[in-house]
Ligand binder design. Structure first.
Ligand SMILES: [Zn+2]
Length: 293
């Protein structure tokens, strides 16, 4: 065995320096999070409403079951929730939504505690997507600047446009901004985080945001209410609530494009729970669907 002589010291120093460089490169790679490894969507309430309210012109007319949904994306070191849901059960009931259960209980089914959630993306400021921010005490939030400006400053007085907005969620968002927990993005943010793209897809509201994830099982986009039902996109049916109707159809086109052949999770389609396999998902239970696992 070679002994460590004075002459061999430079060699060992060189070796150590080389190892240091390798460790540095590995550390840099480790800081870049891997693709998302799990994505689940949860139904925490549901209602029965006329299909006209979601897709005017859909045939046959009649009532359909509508789920209230949040999704949970995970990779090592990161838990992201897509949309914050709502907590005001009574207000939900006034919209015909029943069987509400607390998000905390639903998250527990996935083994996730609310305080483990690092980031919540807010698709828009309607009550059923942004009324549950208080459930995520340690999370940061992200939404479109245009959505907050619209809800806070630019909402016209007419009840059709105001429908779905309440002052409570808008004030909560302003408070999160004040506390330094809300980041506002302007338009599309590709690679906002590695494997996480944010898109401005207005129409339903002025700043509705679609979130696309690169996962171990390909690309998945959560459009939230930029597309309520698969049928909105497949049959080019308008949304029941669209404050900017022209932009809504442009957003349909954009979502088709940014999907890049991946899978779509729309905002309120019971299909994802009842016909999970047809859409490339796996039904875990009546309330939970695995999109990526
Ligand atoms: Zn909405």
């Amino acid at each position: 065995m070679q002994r460590c002589t004075l002459r061999s010291i430079p060699f060992y120093l060189g070796l150590l320096a080389g190892l240091g460089t390798l460790a540095g490169a590995a550390r840099l790679r480790a800081e870049e999070p891997p693709p998302f490894q799990q994505l689940h969507c949860l139904k925490y309430a549901e209602g029965r409403i006329p299909i006209e309210a979601l897709a005017p012109g859909a045939k046959p007319a009649g009532e359909i079951d509508v789920p209230m949904v949040i999704c949970v994306a995970r990779r090592p070191g990161q838990v992201i929730v897509l949309d914050a849901g709502y907590t005001d059960e009574e207000f939900g009931a006034s919209w015909g939504i029943a069987t509400w259960t607390d998000l905390t209980e639903r998250l527990a089914e996935l083994g996730v505690k609310p305080e483990q959630v690092d980031l919540v993306t807010i698709s828009h400021l309607h009550w059923d997507h942004s009324g549950g921010t208080s459930r995520f005490p340690k999370a940061r939030f992200v939404m479109q600047r245009r959505e907050l400006e619209y809800a806070a400053l630019d909402l016209p007085g007419n009840p059709f446009v105001k429908n779905g907005f309440r002052i409570d969620e808008t004030i909560d968002a302003l408070r999160l901004k004040w506390d330094g927990r809300l980041e506002l993005v302007d338009g599309d943010a590709l690679g906002w985080q590695p494997g996480l793209d944010l898109y401005l897809t207005p129409g339903h509201t002025a700043g509705t945001m679609t979130v696309c994830l690169d996962t171990i099982q390909g690309r998945v986009c959560y459009s939230s209410d930029a597309v309520y039902l698969y049928r909105n996109l497949a049959e080019n049916l308008p949304l029941g609530i669209a404050v900017l109707p022209t932009e809504m159809f442009e957003s349909y086109q954009k979502i088709r494009r940014v999907l890049r052949g991946g899978r779509l999770v729309p905002g309120h389609d019971m299909e994802i729970f009842r016909n999970a396999e047809k859409h490339g998902f796996r039904s875990v239970s009546d309330r939970v669907v695995a999109i990526v696992e």
